[in-house]
Design a protein around this ligand. Sequence first.
Ligand code: ADP
Length: 304
Amino acid sequence: MNTIIQATNLQKSYAGQRVVDGLSLSIHKGECFGLLGPNGAGKTTTLRMLLGLSTPDSGEITLLDLPVPRAAREARIRVGVVPQMDNLDPDFTVAENLLVYGRYFGMKDSEIEARIPSLLEFASLTNKRDAKVPTLSGGMKRRLTLARALVNDPEVLFLDEPTTGLDPQARHVIWQRLRELTQQGKTLLLTTHFMDEAERLCHRLAVLDNGKLISQGTPRELIEQNIEPQVVEVFGETAETWANEFAAGFSQRFEVSGETVFCYVRDAQPLVSHLQAQKALRYLHRPANLEDVFLKLTGREMRE
Ligand code: ADP
């Protein structure tokens, strides 16, 4: 297996506080690898260290077989980055943004110009070539940021929350483009808050909390290893009273959150039959998903 990113026992503290704590990761060629975790879990700090933009207090990193941060500049020439916030130049047109960015990599203008049509086509922005950035929609700006990250034809792409702030249509377009990139053999490392995004896109995932890796595997492995296969959500004003009396008898595990009871079960049939007779309650029976795993591993409390 071709290892593209290798991190071993990374540690990073800010003001005496460990924000990345003993993290090791191995990311292989052609895979889409997702870093999940609540706010403040250390995802962005990890990406920055892997790119050589922040120096770990200890631990080892290789990116494309080059030691980071020592040879980070050399490695970054073969890497594309899609930052969390679009930092396109508002004074330039779509095509000019690609041109200026390509120059950072030492590419000749003629070389960049030759790539622009295919980058615009990939981003579905061919007819926006001469539009100024402020006239673009949020989805278009994201697609341009993605196209810009591809200007140097990178082998690896780092994407920090690539679809945050986009509407469902725009997210689906980005997902489709990211799938095309992995099909071309590019390696993707992304952070996301969206479990549906992680489940759809990522071959493997790592869940971080408080700077530590708490679980790792394919989406299916994470679900199978951490949680019962079926979930019955029970809703209604009397749900909590119902839970106190019945939930434990019908489920392997249950959680009450507001007026909803989440029942995690191996066999949902007895519970569903029972609920059909409870006219004051509504329920939803569904397969367990990554969000259930995430909430089990990292808790339901809000993180600021
Ligand atoms: P995530 O991306 O998972 O939300 P971050 O890596 O951004 O998490 O942040 C992890 C923790 O490190 C947070 O508590 C954040 O406030 C802190 N942090 C990140 N960067 C800095 C910095 N440059 N200086 C001080 N604290 C930082």
